[in-house]
Every structure is written in C-alpha cells, then in structure tokens.
Design a protein around this ligand. Structure first.
Ligand SMILES: [Zn+2]
Length: 199
C-alpha cells in the first residue's frame, strides 16, 4: 500500500446532509466522505497534529457561487495548503480528475499527469512544486521504512483515525438526501469489522 494512491474510481458522494447554516457544520460528514485526507494532495490527518490543518473547502468558490455556500455537494475536505493555493480559482473537479489512471506518483515525489485535466489541476494547485514533491518523497520514504521495520508504525501511519465520526447520531437540519450512506460510513464499517487496517 502506497501513501499517495489516488482513488481508482471517480468519487461518488456517499452522504447528503442538508440545511446546516455554516460550511464548518459539515466537517464530520466531509471527514468521512473524503477518508480523512485532503482530496487534492492526499495529506492525511494522521500524519500530523490535525487540529487546524484541514479545512472545509468550496469547490466552486463562494465569491462566484454564493448560493453554494452551504451546499454539501460543493464542499470537499482539503488541507490548509491546498485550500490556500486554490484560493478563488475554478479548477477541474478532483473527484473525477485525480484518479489512479490519470496520475502517476514517482518515488522522487514528482506527480505526472496523464490527462489534460489532471495536468491543469496539478498546475493550479502547485502539486508539483518543490514543496509538494519534497513532502511526497519524504512520506514515501517514511512509509517504506515503517513497512520494513515497524509493522505497528506502518499501521498507524496508513490506518484510519481513532475518532471516526458517528454520523448516525447526527441530525442535519434539513435531513439527509443519501441516508443509505450512513451504513457505509467508516464508523459503521469498523463496527461491523469490515474496515481494513490500512488504506
Ligand atoms: Zn492538500
């Protein structure tokens, strides 16, 4: 298992909470929806002290799409760096663009696009900047060393957070358009013993 494996399939929204008054209120849903990592660069909550490092990001910027301020389907989970870099830019949708078949991650941290859209997104998000390349190279090495020398650390770095949100206890003000997603949430899967140790 590699630390920068982008999804094989385009992301289909699993949850559909509605009616919260602020984007921040959707955080627990988004953490679960995007598997506790940044949808753009795959930085993980578990690789740092996550408090304050991850944001609720508007895919379509609020400046140009104010009506989508609290629309769940316009929100993604992103690290602060990716969020700041993206700013108000309109970019290709990461959910359909950053897929395993569209990007190649090299051991030296470089990210290679195989489609025009992926190339555009990588450029806009500066995902091939020296900073991002170093970040990836470093984590690839750390994970590899952990895998070879410390199975426990490997599981810790590539596993899920301990505090998986219990979405079944939440009551979005205007309901949930995809209630069937609750059973597929990480907490529900862990409860059933179906959640893998690493991902
Ligand atoms: Zn990021």
């Amino acid at each position: 298992m590699l630390p920068f494996n982008y999804p094989v399939e385009p992301h289909q929204r699993r949850h559909g909470p509605q009616g919260y008054g602020s984007p921040e209120s959707y955080r627990l849903w988004l953490r679960d929806e995007f598997a506790f990592r940044c949808v753009y660069c795959l930085d993980r909550e578990l690789w740092q002290n996550s408090v304050g490092k991850f944001t609720v990001e508007h895919f379509l910027p609020v400046a140009s799409h104010p009506q989508r301020l609290t629309d769940y389907d316009n929100l993604v989970y992103a690290c602060v760096s990716s969020n700041l870099t993206k700013g108000q830019a309109q970019v290709p949708d990461p959910c359909g663009t950053l897929l395993a078949k569209h990007v190649v991650i090299h051991d030296d941290g470089r990210m290679e696009a195989r489609t025009k859209e992926a190339s555009k997104l990588i450029d806009k998000l500066l995902l091939n900047s020296e900073d991002c390349r170093t970040f990836r190279r470093r984590w690839i090495s750390i994970i590899r060393l952990a895998q070879q020398h410390s199975p426990e650390l490997y599981r810790e770095l590539m596993g899920y957070p301990v505090d998986l949100p219990d979405l079944s206890s939440l009551r979005p003000p205007a309901g949930n358009s995809r209630p069937e997603g609750i059973a597929q949430s990480h907490a529900a899967r862990r409860e059933r013993g179906e959640l893998p140790d690493i991902y």
